[in-house]
Design a binder for this molecule. Structure first.
Ligand SMILES: NC(=O)c1ccc[n+]([C@@H]2O[C@H](COP(=O)([O-])OP(=O)(O)OC[C@H]3O[C@@H](n4cnc5c(N)ncnc54)[C@H](OP(=O)(O)O)[C@@H]3O)[C@@H](O)[C@H]2O)c1
Length: 242
């Protein structure tokens, strides 16, 4: 299993589930010390083999070498989990174009670049699962986080097409749509009853990968919530303080 953004809280909880099953894990992240700590923890939890590599996803030119090194270590990639992401300050994005461009580069453009390489590798294996963490924010643009939502929504459209293409090569493409999760990404936000802990989401991702699902909402209750929110007409939705 290859995990991109392995220092993410949600990715870490997912990795724990696979470690328990004795998985071979290739972890990438941009903070070597944090990555080493995650790797050490996963070895203790039962992972059969763990290797790490530095990868700043924003550096698109470096993707190919890291994927090559994951494949030469793992032999075959059964599962690639793409978990990196940043949640921007929407107001700053509105005021500074540079901030918007940076957020879109990491969460959309560089992510698509990475998925393009991974998709080709999995397609040539004719086997595997490409699991990508999107967000319920990608289902409908809201006034309070539409730059992040646009990036996530764009990735999800890309994954829809990719799913149809890779289906013919026995590769599953899983879109993971968490709602609100209590992780470092949301540390500065006020919590409410809708927040889930990362462990619950990680267990859900593990089940969805093993079950070869196409799309999963985590926790499950976000599916009906988003069904309602996406069915509202724009004339109503634009008036909601969401
Ligand atoms: N938390 C939520 O409510 C929520 C809801 C829906 C979707 N999500 C999505 O879930 C995923 C995981 O987020 P999380 O909640 O687990 O938050 P997190 O713990 O803050 O993880 C975010 C991860 O992204 C990594 N990252 C940021 N920029 C990067 C870059 N340029 N290159 C490589 N890695 C980079 C961070 O690495 P560093 O450790 O080096 O900063 C960190 O590992 C993200 O895609 C996020 O958008 C989260």
């Amino acid at each position: 299993m290859l995990i991109v953004g392995a220092t993410s809280a949600i990715a870490g909880e997912t990795a724990k589930q696979f470690a328990k099953e004795g998985a071979h894990l290739f972890l990438t992240g941009r903070n070597p010390d944090h990555l080493a700590a995650v790797a050490a923890d996963l070895r203790v939890r039962g992972a059969a083999w763990v290797e790490t590599a530095a990868l700043d996803v924003a550096d698109v030119a470096s993707h190919g070498a890291v994927i090559d090194s994951a494949i030469s270590s793992l032999g075959v990639i059964d599962v690639a989990l793409v978990a990196h992401g940043t949640l921007p300050n929407q107001k700053r994005c509105q005021e500074q174009v540079e901030e918007t461009v940076e957020v879109l580069h990491l969460n959309f453009t560089a992510t698509i670049a990475l998925l393009t390489l991974l998709a080709n590798r999995l397609e040539s294996q004719r086997y595997g699962c490409l699991a990508v963490i999107g967000s319920v924010a990608g289902s409908r643009g809201r006034r309070t986080n539409y730059v992040y939502g646009a990036a996530k929504g764009g990735v999800e459209i890309f994954l829809q097409g990719l799913r149809g293409r890779l289906f013919q090569s026995n590769v599953t493409v899983l879109t993971i749509k968490p709602g609100l999760v209590d992780t470092p990404m949301t540390a500065g936000l006020r919590k409410n009853a809708l927040y889930a802990d990362a462990g619950r989401v990680g267990r859900g991702i593990n089940r969805a990968i093993v079950g070869r699902k196409d799309v999963v909402y985590l926790p499950w209750f976000w599916r009906p919530i988003m069904a309602v929110l996406t069915s509202l007409p724009e004339s109503v939705f634009k008036r909601l303080p969401l």
